[in-house]
Design a protein around this ligand. Structure first.
Ligand code: ADP
Length: 492
């Protein structure tokens, strides 16, 4: 079939290729899907729509590149990753604008926080590979145990749309550093920055085939990738239902999976909390228009300060500016896609129908139209209701009160998720005691979103399987090997 669609999309004079990147070359597909900006619905090009054929080609390319990349000395692998980071840094404005057009995230956040973090992902794992990947040898009756992290093969990385390049690179970087080769399947709503990254890997001298991007729509490419027997690791960031499907597919090949899934995290405000700080932190839970798996979306506040807290919080939310995410004054942009917007609205409408009270928000911002949903707070929600147990992934928070620590902990731990928790307290010992009893991969005390790549990151319960960060990432992407050397049998 002849391809008639355009194979690139232009931003500020730079062409973003909308084809796959396989074995170091651009490859089109007969089929495409349309990509639109959530800001205003503007067309952002026709994206190659891959399936099993493209996945086979990408896995074959990654397998062919694997022996060479795995045998590349660690210092050289590290240098290539630093060169990728250099290129990311040199192109921060382009990457930030493309990401904003694609998923509607704030341009100022992408410029100042997200894209520098993308570069840091590469630098961090490049350095960790050389400086910290070390387990001291130890002795067993005169035998030396030596632990090494050997490359494992092809890592399949499937990523979501809420922080596309940041979440992708914090898996791609350790996988490449470990000596694995990679096939990335970006989310279909946000395919563009992954394509730019492919160009940078080429310019940085990463061997052809060591990094591949297969674009795809829905489950088409992703399902073929995770079922592929040529894949040695699956890293998936997304929803629980898709993770279950992936786990079933991975079971046939017993492919190890790392899952970072959803959350329904609490934001606990103790009676001894600084209310200004508590209100600030609650406002931060609307970051990225609420499309953050880590958000503390269930505010649990001590009954003695609930009214005061709600007033302080409302005042702060009132000063947030919603609008075009390219405007530096904007605090909250649009939701990523009409389908997602409707899903959020559905949650809020059903909560209303069940008798919950909308404290503020609860509807689309009619002045802006389109996909802009007002920051929302809901209280008087019946225990066990959907809005308290399901991940909404939008600017929708609930508020519940508690009267004792026991009750706070029971509420906090009372969902099937365990990704994160935010805790606000003015009493260090009280905070430590509560933090110790929370079931969560990350607990933030009097802060939010402080992320250090040396720290383990992941979710408890249905929020995930495994931890990444520092050596934990290498433990997943590498084959960890112990070599036991006897004291005897040596000729000299
Ligand atoms: P969301 O995070 O929007 O809820 P999903 O969890 O369904 O979405 O999807 C996250 C990523 O998983 C996307 O890149 C999507 O294309 C991909 N995906 C969807 N279905 C499958 C599947 N069956 N196998 C592998 N990947 C899938």
């Amino acid at each position: 079939m002849t391809m008639t669609h355009a194979t690139s999309f232009s931003v500020a004079g730079v062409a973003v290729d909308t084809r796959h990147y396989i074995g170091g070359s651009r490859v089109g597909s007969a089929l495409t899907f349309s990509n639109c900006s959530p800001i205003d619905g503007a067309a952002l090009g026709e994206i190659a729509r891959g399936g099993p054929r493209e996945v086979d080609a990408a896995v074959a390319a990654a397998r062919a590149a694997f022996p060479g990349w795995a045998a590349t000395p660690a210092a050289e692998r590290s240098a290539v990753l630093h060169r990728i980071a250099d290129l990311v840094e040199q192109n921060i404005e382009l990457l930030a604008m493309v990401e904003t057009l694609d998923n509607g995230g704030l341009l100022r956040s992408n410029l100042r926080g997200v894209m520098p973090r993308v570069a840091h992902n590469f630098r961090f794992f490049a350095d960790w590979l050389l400086e910290h990947l070390d387990h001291p040898d130890f002795d067993t009756r005169g035998h030396t145990n030596h632990v090494s992290w050997d490359p494992s093969g092809v890592a399949a990385i499937i990523t979501p749309w809420n922080a596309p390049l940041m979440l992708a690179t914090w898996r791609i970087a350790p996988a490449l550093a470990a000596g694995d080769t990679v096939v990335l399947k970006p989310a279909e709503w946000t395919p563009l920055t992954a394509s730019l990254l492919a160009d940078f890997t080429k310019q940085a001298g990463l061997p052809d085939g060591a990094f591949n991007v297969v674009q795809g729509y829905g489950a088409e490419a992703g399902a073929a990738l995770v079922a592929h027997p040529g894949v040695s690791r699956i890293s998936f960031t997304g929803s629980v239902p898709t993770a279950k499907t992936i786990a079933r597919a991975a079971a046939d090949n017993l492919t190890p999976c790392s899952f970072e899934l959803g959350g329904k995290s609490p934001c606990i405000v103790l009676a001894d909390a600084d209310l200004g700080l508590a209100a600030n932190l609650a406002v931060e839970q609307y970051d990225n228009a609420g499309q953050v798996c880590l958000s503390g979306t269930r505010i649990l506040v001590h009954e003695s300060i609930a009214t005061e807290f709600a007033d302080a919080f409302r005042a702060q939310v009132g000063s947030l500016r919603q609008g075009d995410p390219r405007d530096p004054e904007t605090d909250i942009g649009p939701q990523v896609h009409l389908r997602h917007f409707e899903r959020i609205r559905g949650f809020v409408d059903r909560a209303k129908a069940e008798g919950a009270n909308i404290v503020f928000g609860g509807e689309a911002n009619s002045e802006l139209g389109g996909l802009y949903f007002r920051p929302t707070l809901i209280d008087q929600v019946a225990a066990g209701s959907e809005i308290l147990t399901q991940e909404v992934f939008g600017p929708v928070l609930t508020m519940q009160t508690f009267s004792t620590d026991e009750e706070a902990i029971e509420l906090a731990n009372g969902t099937e998720f365990g990704l994160a928790a935010v805790l606000v307290s003015g009493d260090r010992r009280h905070a430590d005691e509560i933090a110790r009893r929370l079931v969560a991969g990350t607990v933030w005390v009097n802060c939010f979103f402080v992320r250090d790549l040396r720290a383990p990151f992941g979710g408890s319960k249905k929020s995930g399987i495994g931890r990444e960060g520092g050596t934990w990432s290498f433990d997943f992407y590498a084959d960890v090997k112990n070599t036991v050397v006897a004291p005897h049998g040596w000729k000299e």
